[in-house]
Design a protein around this ligand. Structure first.
Ligand code: 26V
Length: 821
């Protein structure tokens, strides 16, 4: 079958007729032969599946070629281990990267089917919680685009992140059934199966003076591979995302037929299959749930067996592993890789301990994504003993050598040893997964400049002392293919016109925009692209919330997980104060604003769910108050996911990045929004700082306390009565919330929130309020001078090139993985 050549016609240019005819034939053939239907009987789902399969065929050709080339060349491979890949939809992403959107659109159009309608048939693959999982997905796109031979390893969860439904303002959770209609992108690999063991005991035997450990596990689960091809930009290279599904090795044991114990057999089956049932919410208490540890070991073990087998197939021995493989641990969830790789080398391949350790450290590297102490993963030694007895022994031995080094470094310093130990001895012994990953890695990176510095000063200060030079920074990035080209075709078209087509391959060309920033004709076009996107979002708000919003208003957007440190509460508190100010002076020339919120709260996070309720209750009052009219609207869009983000982001005027300084490791929504021309209102936190450095202090609104101010103030206490006393607007807003003005049927509903704002202001919401309110009024003033606003917005786009995840991946490749790009 001939492959269509890469095709990306300039806007308005006709598409290749031959290619269209071929694609039409291919889709119809899939409809008949893979779906078993004639065009006349096909549902939209059927068309989607047939089209996806036709596209997949074209990707597979490139995939097999790329695989063969990288094997033949003996190239080093990157393995990205992550319990989360928040991919969203693949259909238009793959089409875009293959340069086939126009061809497929025309072919489908000729068949009477709309490509953009079909797109909606694909459920989001929501195998992630938020930023961490989405980062993994952006990295997969960039590694393929840079033609780095790589594989993503994770779990094929039967259910992704829960579906959020808002009922009477409250969040409810429902299972995310994303595999109901099958998944056209994946290939099941029934032949790629590994055994993963749990429990049992360890026997030590003496083999000619050498201690040999033999693990006798009590339980075995099978891991089956499912591969999804990830095609890079211009279809040059394709990598695999390999997700493991769990099953019982022997679902109907022979003796079931003798004993008739079907129930017992099916219990064992469900126990095995439970491993890949659900994705754990990341912002629930990190206090270990046994099933989560089973998930972690399951995917680490299967992935390591797989890559070791691949390496042995090519090199015949494991001594050269670090020269041929780089393993990146996405957070501490895959930390067990340290102990597992040691076990493979020492127990299964007879390596001497010291040599095995050198190989392990040279092969592994670890990315830290949060400094929040409550988020740092630890597991009770007791669970480890029960589930992974041999790994615990290995961890103890690693720890012994590591503590000996600590002793050399700081002789007699017991506190230092306790601080760096892999075992937390306080309050029940626990294995510290961050310390384990750190000690077993040659590089440890943070995800923004500030975060990496704070890592050195806080969580890892002692380890940094012991292993100086290991900590490095790799500021996060985003893939422009999805977050600009696909999500915002109107702006992309304008960029191609103004910066040339090279901008599609090289984001540094965005800098050409600088010279147009004050050009009024260009500004007009730029605004019209934004307006187009705002009309689309207004339509969606109309459809989903049955609410009318004016696309001419300022669209003020905060979209992310709901968490106290992200401070959605600060935003809604400002809405309340603004509402009150509008009511006081209805005749002032208020800037019409639509405040748009979206995000999920962890199911067990009661306070975050109460904040969602407050946003919805405030929305109810404000939106229905005729005195306010169109000057302020509050919208909470339910079930936030990648696809919804793709509609909201291009339509945003203002990007809310208002976390308590020092608490957001990086943020990546900040980058997506700025790239799409939204101005940021934000604190000096995470990557906001680097966004400011790039876009320029004049083109961003920074407010609030800095990280060290926060630390100082916290030491002084959390009582906010002093700041409330000096801010009439804040006092009034808190009083209204606390007195039930937004919850008339239940006046005490938000008392706990008012109480925290007054006396337990851990997240500095009250403390930062005045500064935030003032920054918001500054935004109003800027909006009233539209040419200046548009200029700042254009300059944001022009200066975001550095935040491409291609740049991030290049840095990983050069400084951590040592692979050529
Ligand atoms: C976990 C937990 C667990 C206990 C309760 C509080 C809490 C809060 C947050 C988390 C998330 C930890 C890991 C994570 O998702 N980090 C995010 O990683 C993104 C990609 O690097 C980064 O942009 C975000 O700033 C960071 O929060």
């Amino acid at each position: 079958m001939p492959e269509p050549s890469f095709h990306l016609p300039a806007p308005g240019q006709p598409v290749d007729e031959l290619a269209v005819a071929e694609i039409k034939g291919a889709i119809l053939a899939k409809l008949r032969l893979a779906i078993g239907k004639e065009a006349g009987m096909a549902t939209r789902q059927d068309w989607y599946h047939a089209t996806a399969l036709a596209l997949r065929d074209r990707i597979v050709h490139r995939w097999l070629t790329a695989e063969k080339e990288s094997y033949d060349a003996g190239r080093k491979r990157v393995y990205y281990l992550s319990l989360e890949f928040l991919i969203g939809r693949l259909f238009t992403d793959a089409l875009n990267n293959m340069g086939l959107i126009k061809v497929f659109e025309t072919a489908l159009g000729d068949l009477g089917v709309g490509l953009w309608e079909l797109r909606k048939c694909e459920p989001d693959a929501a195998l992630g919680n938020g930023g961490l999982g989405r980062l993994a997905a952006c990295f997969m796109d960039s590694m393929a685009s840079l033609a780095i031979p790589a594989m993503g390893y994770g779990i094929r969860y039967d259910f992704g992140l829960f579906r959020q439904v808002i009922v009477d303002g409250w969040q409810q959770e429902y299972p995310d059934v994303w595999l109901n209609f099958g998944n056209p992108w994946e290939f099941q690999r029934p032949e790629v199966v590994y055994h993963v063991h749990f429990g049992g005991g360890v026997e030590h035997v003496d083999d000619k003076g050498r201690d040999v450990a033999i693990w006798h596990p009590a339980e075995t689960v099978q891991a089956v591979a499912y591969d999804t091809p990830i095609v890079g930009w211009r279809g040059q290279h394709v990598n695999a995302l390999r997700l493991w599904s769990a099953r019982s090795p022997d679902p109907l044991k022979l003796d079931v037929f003798n004993t008739g114990d079907y129930l017992g057999a099916s219990a064992e089956e469900s126990r095995a299959e439970a491993i890949c049932k659900f994705l754990y919410p990341n912002d629930e208490s990190a206090a270990g749930r046994e099933l989560r540890l089973r998930q972690e070991y399951f995917f680490v073990s299967a992935s390591l067996q797989d890559l070791v087998q691949r390496h042995l197939g090519a090199d015949g021995q494991l001594r050269s592993l670090a020269q041929k493989a780089a393993l990146q641990l996405n957070d501490t969830h895959p930390s067990l890789a340290v102990a597992e790789l040691m076990r493979i080398l020492v127990d299964l391949h007879n390596f001497r301990w010291d040599e095995a350790w050198k190989i392990t450290v040279a092969t592994l590297s670890y990315t830290n994504h949060t400094l929040l102490p409550e988020a740092l993963e630890t597991w009770p030694v007791e669970i480890f003993e029960r589930l992974l007895p041999r790994h615990l022994e290995i961890i103890y031995r690693i720890n012994a050598a590591h503590l000996a080094q600590a002793e050399v470094r700081c002789p007699g310093d017991i506190d230092f040893r306790a601080a760096v130990s892999l075992i937390d001895e306080k309050g029940g012994r626990r294995v510290r997964m961050g310390q384990l990953a750190f000690v077993g890695s040659h590089r440890i990176n943070g995800v923004s400049a500030m975060h990496s510095e704070l890592m050195k000063e806080t969580v890892f200060s002692d380890l940094n002392h012991l292993y100086a030079g290991r900590i490095t920074n790799k500021t996060n990035g985003i893939t422009f293919r999805r977050w600009l080209m696909l999500a915002n075709p109107k702006l992309t078209e304008l960029l191609r016109e103004s910066c040339g087509d090279a901008v599609l391959d090289d984001p540094s060309k965005l800098a050409y925009l600088e010279s147009y920033a004050s050009d009024s004709a260009f500004q007009q076009k730029f605004r019209s692209a934004k307006h187009h996107n705002k009309v689309a979002l207004a339509r969606l708000i109309g459809e989903r919330q049955n609410m009318k919003v004016d696309p001419g208003a300022l669209f003020d957007v905060q979209i992310k997980r709901i968490h106290e440190y992200k401070r959605q509460l600060l935003n809604i508190l400002e809405a309340v104060a603004l509402y009150q100010a509008i009511k006081d002076q209805p005749n002032r020339d208020w800037v019409p604003r639509v405040k748009i919120f979206a995000g999920k709260a962890a199911a067990s996070y009661r306070y975050a769910k109460l904040i969602i309720k407050l946003i919805n209750d405030v929305a109810d009052v404000v939106n229905n108050d005729p005195a306010v009219d169109d000057r302020l609207k509050v919208v909470f869009l339910d079930d936030y996911n990648v696809s919804l983000a793709e509609t909201i982001i291009p339509a945003a005027d203002l990007s809310e990045q208002i976390s308590t300084a020092g608490m957001e490791a990086s943020g990546t929504g900040n980058m997506k929004l700025a790239l799409n021309g939204a101005l940021t209102i934000g604190t000096l936190d995470g990557a906001n700082i680097e966004v400011r450095d790039h876009v320029g202090a004049d083109n961003i609104a920074i407010f609030g306390m800095e990280a060290d101010d926060v630390m100082v103030r916290r030491k002084q206490g959390l009582d906010a009565t002093d700041v409330i006393r000096s801010s009439a607007a804040l006092a009034r807003a808190i009083n209204a919330i606390g007195a039930g003005e937004f919850s008339r049927g239940e006046p005490a509903r938000f008392e706990s929130i008012a109480h925290a704002l007054r006396y337990l202001d851990h997240y500095m919401v009250s403390a930062d309020f005045d500064s935030y309110y003032e920054a918001q009024r500054g935004i109003d003033a800027r909006w009233q001078v539209m040419p200046a606003w548009t200029r700042a917005s254009i300059l944001n786009v022009a200066r975001m090139a550095w935040f491409s995840s291609d740049r991030t991946i290049r840095e990983y490749a050069e400084d951590i993985w040592n692979v050529p790009v």
